[in-house]
Design a binder for this molecule. Structure first.
Ligand code: NIG
Ligand code: FE
Length: 401
C-alpha cells in the first residue's frame, strides 16, 4: 500500500457524482482508490509530496456508467428505420416478425468473432465518450447456446478492453419462433435451462426481462424473477415502455435493482420502487427514436425520492445511439432533468442500478474511476453534443489516454 503510486489532479472543477464544487479542487488518488478530495486553498503544503500531478484545470467527474445496453448483436435495422419513417409502428414491425426477432436471426447466424468485432467498435466509441463501466445484455440469441454466446462476447469485451463490464441475461426478451404460441414453454426454458447454464458458466451478473404486450406478461416475468432468486442473481426489468402492465410494481416487490424505460409508470409502481429501493433507469434514446410522447413521471419520482439513472439502451432497434453524453442532453431536453440530475444518473445512480456503490462518485475511499474533460463547467456535458471533449479516462487509478 505504501508504495502505491500517488497521482493528483489540481485546480479542477469537480462534479463528484452528487454535487458540483465551483471552487478549484484537488483530487489525489493512491493506487486504485481516491485518497483525498479537497479545495485547493485547503491543500496541505506537503499533500503533493511524492505525487505525480497528472493534470491541472478542466472538469473532473466520476467515470461514466452506462447501466443499460444491448451492445452485442448481429446485423442492423436501417430498413425498419425507413419503415417507421413511413408511419409503420414499432409494435406492427414486431408483430410481422421483424424488430427484435430480425436481430435474433442475424445474431444466431453471426460467429462469436463477428459479434465481438462489431460490439468492440461500438464499445470503443463509448470509451472515447467517457465510459468506465458498461452493462451489456444478451437477448438476441433466445436459445441457451446463443444467449451464452452473446454473454461470452460481453465478458470478453471486459477482458480485452480497459472497462468494467457487467453482464445481464435477457433471455425473456422476445418469444422466439420455435415457441410461437407457447410463451410459457419458453419461460420454462429460460428458468430451467438458461438461468442455470448462465450461472454455472459464471457468465451473468443479473437477469432481465421485457414485460410488455409484445413480449411477456407480469406473471411470466415473475417466474423469471423467482428462478433468478433461486440462483442468487439480482433482477432488472424493461417495464411500462409502451403501455402499463403493472410490471414496475411487480419487479420492485421482487427486489429489482432497477426498472427501466417506465414512460407509463403509475403511482403504485413509484410507491413500490420507493419502498423497495429500486432505481429508475431513464432511456431517452428509445423515447426519442420511437417518437414517444408520454414522458416518464420524473417529478413524481423526485417527490418519492426514487433515484434516477440515465443510460443509452444502445441497441439496433429502439436506440441505435451509442453516445452516452448525447443521453445526458436528451434526458434534460426531453425529460427535463437538470444537468446535475442527468450526470448523477450516469454516474452514482447508474452504479446503484447495477447494485454497486464503490465507484460512481468522487469521494475518499472510492475506486478511482474518473474522467477529466476539456470543458469549464460540468453542465456542458449535457448542454452541448460534442465529441472529443475527454482529456483522460481513469480506471481504478490507471490513466488511459
Ligand atoms: O430496450 N424494450 C425492449 N428491448 C429493447 C429494444 C430491442 C430492439 O428493438 O431490438 C429496448 O428498447
Ligand atoms: Fe433495453
Amino acid at each position: 500500500m505504501s508504495d502505491a503510486p500517488i497521482q493528483a489532479w489540481c485546480d479542477v472543477r469537480l462534479f463528484d457524482g452528487v454535487h458540483d464544487h465551483p471552487e478549484p479542487m484537488a483530487v489525489i488518488v493512491r493506487g486504485e482508490r481516491i485518497d483525498t478530495v479537497v479545495p485547493m486553498r485547503e491543500l496541505a503544503a506537503d499533500a503533493l509530496d511524492g505525487a505525480k500531478v497528472l493534470g491541472r484545470g478542466g472538469v473532473l467527474t466520476p467515470g461514466l456508467v452506462d447501466c443499460h445496453t444491448h451492445l452485442v448483436f448481429g446485423g442492423q435495422r436501417a430498413d425498419e428505420f425507413e419503415q417507421r419513417l413511413e408511419g409503420v409502428s414499432y409494435q406492427d414491425i414486431a408483430a410481422a416478425g421483424g424488430g427484435i426477432l430480425s436481430t435474433v436471426r442475424a445474431t444466431r447466424q453471426a460467429s462469436e468473432a463477428e459479434l465481438f468485432e462489431r460490439a468492440a467498435a461500438r464499445l470503443e466509441a463509448m470509451l472515447a465518450d467517457g465510459v468506465t463501466t458498461i452493462e451489456i445484455k444478451s437477448g438476441y440469441g433466445l436459445t441457451v447456446a446463443d444467449e451464452l454466446k452473446c454473454l461470452r462476447v460481453a465478458r470478453e469485451l471486459g477482458e480485452r478492453y480497459p472497462v468494467r463490464v457487467f453482464t445481464t441475461l435477457l433471455g425473456a426478451h422476445a418469444l422466439p419462433p420455435e415457441y410461437a404460441d407457447d410463451a410459457d414453454g419458453y419461460i420454462d426454458l429460460v428458468c430451467r435451462e438458461m438461468i442455470p447454464a448462465a450461472v454455472e458458466s459464471g457468465l451473468a451478473d443479473a437477469v432481465d426481462v421485457f414485460c410488455e404486450k409484445i413480449a411477456f406478461s407480469v406473471a411470466q416475468c415473475e417466474r423469471v424473477y423467482a428462478a433468478a432468486a433461486e440462483h442468487g442473481l439480482p433482477i432488472k426489468a424493461h417495464v411500462e415502455q409502451l403501455s402499463n402492465l403493472g410490471g414496475a410494481a411487480a419487479a420492485a416487490r421482487h427486489g429489482a435493482l432497477s426498472v427501466d424505460h417506465i414512460e407509463y409508470l403509475d403511482n403504485e409502481g413509484i410507491q413500490a420502487m420507493a419502498d423497495n429501493g429500486t432505481t429508475a433507469v431513464l432511456l431517452p434514446g428509445a423515447f426519442y427514436t420511437l417518437r414517444e410522447t408520454q414522458c416518464p413521471p420524473v417529478q413524481a419520482l423526485r417527490d418519492a425520492g426514487v433515484p434516477m439513472a440515465v443510460a443509452t439502451d444502445g441497441n439496433p432497434g429502439t436506440s441505435p445511439l451509442f453516445q452516452p453524453t448525447l443521453m445526458l442532453n436528451q434526458a434534460c431536453t426531453l425529460f427535463r432533468l437538470t444537468p446535475k440530475e442527468a450526470l448523477s444518473g450516469m454516474t452514482r445512480y447508474a452504479a446503484r442500478a447495477l447494485g454497486q456503490s464503490d465507484f460512481g462518485t468522487v469521494a475518499v475511499g472510492q475506486i478511482a474511476d474518473l474522467c477529466v474533460w476539456n470543458i469549464e463547467h460540468p453542465a456542458e456535458l449535457a448542454y452541448a453534443v460534442q465529441p472529443q471533449r475527454l482529456r483522460q479516462r481513469v480506471l481504478a487509478g490507471r490513466v488511459l489516454g
